[in-house]
Design a protein around this ligand. Structure first.
Ligand SMILES: C[S@@+](CC[C@H](N)C(=O)[O-])C[C@H]1O[C@@H](n2cnc3c(N)ncnc32)[C@H](O)[C@@H]1O
Length: 407
């Protein structure tokens, strides 16, 4: 849905540069969580990120906050037209130190955010915000370094449940500038950063600013490396794995790509921690099932990257019933041409038959997996690994160890 954004000024003090809806959709696909019950969007603007979140986590309660009165009507109308029932919008200053009290102590299990990137004057309440966010060390930052995006992240941390998954669109300076090294260090110590994705320059309306998505969990990391990728016209690139100490120096894809030289983009599903599960419905059960079913005959939509399934609000997996949902990769387990039957679910749900594998990979690997499997080399590898004459069959172990090369 395109909305009239006639209240969107240029270069204004609130940093109202709205995310392109297509980028909002990629942003949401970078989260690992299949389920979310309460989502927070601070600085929601006209709702690009919220609308994409509402499409992926259809049952979640969504709380949006923006100080701009003009944005309120747009987001309310947008959410109502999506039919998302559980939405609440608050017109408020996100930098208010009492924000947690305003929400009555409520915490969120997922947060999306594209904050304003503006310089702000130090306020008395900021010390408390940073301390309660677990980033008190940043109180000593020079006023030149402290910007609204950092304070928005601190507020998210005060409102996020332990373990909550958080995605924030941050400016290039925070990711790569030397003067922000202390902020990167504080963040990498306070949270578990899982991935950073460099965005194309035209990701926002009204600016060419370079920005990145950073996805983290509200828990302390244990020194895990960080996966850094790039978003281009082919999707999210093969990630580079960067050690935490190197990520303190810089977290941008362009820099790490150049320092690592030429990478051979080969991996296996086992090596990236994929979970592969076989569907369970027999053909007789599938015929009697009153809910949407996904079978090998369901690979019939135009784009493998964008499958929409008919189900919604299906109960989660249980023995004898496996559910496909947004973010899952589906592949035929048994078929004459199983190598051609592969897709990513963008929206909706379905019950899987026993001829289908459901593959779950970390969010930033999804595009590499599907592009790799659909490439000539990937197709040849799948044909080579499948067994049998006529209807061919692929074993889970062979699939886990298949060498996938991203084109
Ligand atoms: C970069 S825009 C992002 C809007 C939207 N999330 C998107 O991605 O399109 C930043 C938003 O933050 C809002 N904002 C700026 N300062 C704020 C503050 N102190 N409190 C609440 N919202 C604020 C602006 O009104 C604007 O809608």
């Amino acid at each position: 849905m395109r909305m009239r954004l006639d209240f969107e000024p240029k270069g204004d003090a609130l940093g109202r540069y709205y995310t392109d809806p297509a980028v909002g959709q990629v942003f949401i696909s970078l989260f690992d969580r299949c389920q979310a019950s309460s989502i927070l969007d601070l600085g929601s603007g006209a709702g690009s990120l919220t609308f994409a979140a509402a499409r992926r986590w259809i049952d979640a309660r969504i709380q949006t906050v923006d100080v701009d009165l003009g944005a309120e009507e747009h987001i309310r109308i947008g959410m109502a037209s999506y039919g998302h029932l559980y939405h609440n919008h608050l017109v408020a200053d996100v930098l208010d130190e009492n924000l947690p009290e305003i929400f009555g102590g409520k915490r969120f299990d997922l947060a999306v955010c594209n904050p304003p990137y503006t310089r702000i004057k130090w306020r008395e309440g900021f010390s408390r915000i940073l301390a309660e966010a677990g980033m008190e060390g940043l109180r000593t930052l020079s006023p030149w370094t402290l910007s609204s995006d950092i304070m928005f992240i601190a507020q998210i941390l005060r409102l996020a449940e332990p373990g909550a998954e958080v995605g924030v669109i941050v400016p290039d300076g925070l990711i790569s500038a030397k003067r922000h090294r202390a902020v990167r260090q504080a963040l990498l110590e306070r949270v578990r950063v899982m991935r950073v994705v460099q965005l194309p320059r035209r990701s926002f309306r009204g600016t060419e600013a370079q920005a990145h998505v950073i996805v983290f969990r509200n828990e302390r990391g244990r020194g895990e490396s960080i996966e850094i990728s790039n978003l281009d016209t082919d999707g999210v690139s093969y990630p580079i794995s960067v050690a935490k100490d190197d990520a303190c120096i810089r977290m941008d894809y362009g820099y790490h790509r150049s320092t690592k030289g030429h990478l051979r983009n080969a991996f296996s599903l086992r090596s990236i921690g994929a979970e592969i599960i076989r569907g369970s419905l027999s053909s007789a059960e599938a015929r009697q099932c009153y809910e949407p079913v996904f079978h090998t005959s369901s690979f019939n939509q135009p784009s493998a990257f964008d499958y929409r399934l008919d189900g919604s609000s299906l109960t989660p997996d249980r023995p004898g019933r496996r559910i496909a949902q947004s973010g899952d990769i589906l592949l035929a387990r048994v078929d004459r041409e199983l190598q051609k039957k592969i897709c990513v679910v963008r929206q909706g749900q379905a019950v899987l038959t026993d001829c289908i594998y459901r593959i779950r990979v970390p969010a930033n690997w999804r595009d590499s997996v599907i592009r790799g499997l659909l490439s000539d080399a990937g197709q040849a590898a799948l044909v080579g690994a499948a067994r049998g004459v006529g209807a061919r069959m692929l074993s889970k172990e062979d699939l886990l160890d298949l060498e996938i090369v991203t084109p």
